[in-house]
Design a protein around this ligand. Structure first.
Ligand code: GLY
Length: 348
């Protein structure tokens, strides 16, 4: 078992262990003074894990209600967000109760936003069920829904009370969903750990899950402690995301988040190599590791479409965009571009 403490506007633990879902009630009861919790999940996760969670909560005397929505990014929308709020209200969830997000990034993001805005904020716990959510989206308090115009355009910073990562849950992920999470692991390795890069290159999908998840979360915790509200260093966590979010939007979310991040990291590091910012071997090693995890690396949309999608990215400030560039594995930095400059930078 590993525990990482996150220090932000609210401090909390991220506990990483196998089999923790079965014991989740023991951890959660401390944050559920009224012994009443609303579980928010999706239909895929519901059939696999809700019963275990409900049983564990019941053992601790916690009553539950549950809201289930269809799995997938298309559920992360305003209509579903309002439905969750109405569900909380109609079940008389109060500020002394608890909201639990059981699921991947979509569940965590929309539930966090609902918890943060319902009654101007009720406590919530994240139980991520995908690798992507364990290493990245469940930690750090970014919550959001997508708007027609783009991804994550409405949301807030709202930290959970606790994050419980059960590494056993990764066994039920299909290969594609697991690979998607590996893109975020590769991102963390590229940002700050040559050692992790070597470990995952050597072991591929057989990497030490508990160790790698804890290292990613530690890295994120350090960055969030320094810049919770994403004004400076936290933007490093967007490596591959500017191009990635644009690819997701252009595809109508057919391209999944992890695949999009892999495309983004490969595109930007290739551009860095062309511009002499990193050597070609660095760009090639990033592409190679993405491919080793069955992730795509080619930008499959015309540059004009990508650039117009980037325009609706929330990371645009005025006419400037801050991109994450790569000098070498473990060495990334931020650089501000106009959209035209960025277009020329990434264009082949
Ligand atoms: N997923 C990037 C961040 O939390 O800042």
């Amino acid at each position: 078992m590993k525990t990482v403490r996150v220090s932000a506007s609210r401090d909390y633990d991220v506990v990483i262990d196998c089999g923790i879902l079965e014991r989740s009630g023991e951890y959660i009861k401390e944050f559920c003074k009224n012994s009443f919790a609303a579980i928010i999940t999706d239909d895929k996760v519901d059939s696999l894990y809700s019963a275990t969670l409900e049983r564990s909560l019941e053992t601790e005397g916690i009553r539950t209600v549950k809201y289930v929505f269809p799995n997938g990014e298309r559920s992360k929308n305003a209509e579903n967000y309002i439905k969750i709020l109405e569900f909380l209200a109609s079940n008389h969830i109060t500020r002394s109760d608890l909201v639990i997000a059981l699921g991947g990034g979509v569940v965590g993001d929309i539930t966090g936003f609902a918890a943060g805005s319902y009654l101007r904020g009720v406590d919530f716990v994240q139980i991520p069920t995908t690798l992507l959510a364990m290493v990245d989206s469940s930690v750090g308090g970014k919550t959001a829904i997508d708007l027609e115009a783009g991804k994550n355009l409405a949301g807030m910073f709202y930290q959970p009370r606790l994050v419980l990562c059960d590494t056993d849950l990764l066994d039920s992920l299909d290969e594609k969903v697991f690979s998607d999470g590996c893109a975020e692991v590769i991102k963390y390795a590229a940002l700050g750990s040559k050692e992790m890069f070597m470990h995952i290159s050597d072991t591929k999908t057989g990497f030490d899950r508990e160790k790698v998840i804890a290292e990613c979360v530690q890295m994120k915790a350090r960055i969030v402690a320094e810049d919770e509200f994403d004004n400076s260093t936290r933007q490093l966590l967007n490596f591959g995301h500017t191009v990635g979010h644009a690819a997701e939007l252009c595809s109508g979310y057919e391209v999944t988040h992890g695949s999009a991040v892999a495309i983004g990291m490969a595109t930007v590091s290739a551009a860095c190599a062309r511009a002499g910012i990193c050597d070609k071997a660095t760009a090639d090693s990033l592409k190679k590791i993405c491919r080793a995890f069955s992730l795509p690396t080619e930008l499959c949309f015309p540059m004009e479409e990508i650039c117009s999608a980037i325009l609706s990215d929330k990371k645009i400030k005025g006419s400037k965009i801050t991109a994450v560039l790569c000098k070498g594995v473990g060495e990334c930095f931020l650089k501000s571009f106009t959209l035209d400059e960025f277009r020329s930078f990434i264009a082949l």
